[in-house]
Design a protein around this ligand. Sequence first.
Ligand code: 5GP
Ligand code: ZN
Length: 115
Amino acid sequence: MSSDCLFCKILAGEIPADLVYESDTAVAFRDINPQAPTHVLVIPRKHIATINDIEPDDQQIVGSLYTAAREIAAAAGIAEDGYRAVMNCNEGAGQSVFHIHLHVLGGRALGWPPG
Ligand code: 5GP
Ligand code: ZN
């Protein structure tokens, strides 16, 4: 728990969020400013600021974000058409909340490369 972290506050129930998934290691909720019909953020319960801060012992936790993404995509009905699971690292890549989160985006055609 990092006291000045928005997503830690969501985990603590201090800020409301539209939760769609919970496990021992991960929680997912709808993005407040969705960029696609499905836009869910999957976060670890453990506060990890950026990809650069992932430790070898965190591998199971980080892997669990992807098994969560798979279940969320299946439940949203976007698994077959396709979706994107992406994590931004630091400001230059667009990271604005410094608690790692996997964006799960789908429900429309997604261009590549991203901007
Ligand atoms: P980033 O830019 O760090 O990759 O993604 C942060 C995401 O968090 C953005 O897509 C933004 O819309 C979302 N976000 C920011 N504040 C809140 C909030 O209070 N609640 C929810 N559900 N999403 C948020
Ligand atoms: Zn945090």
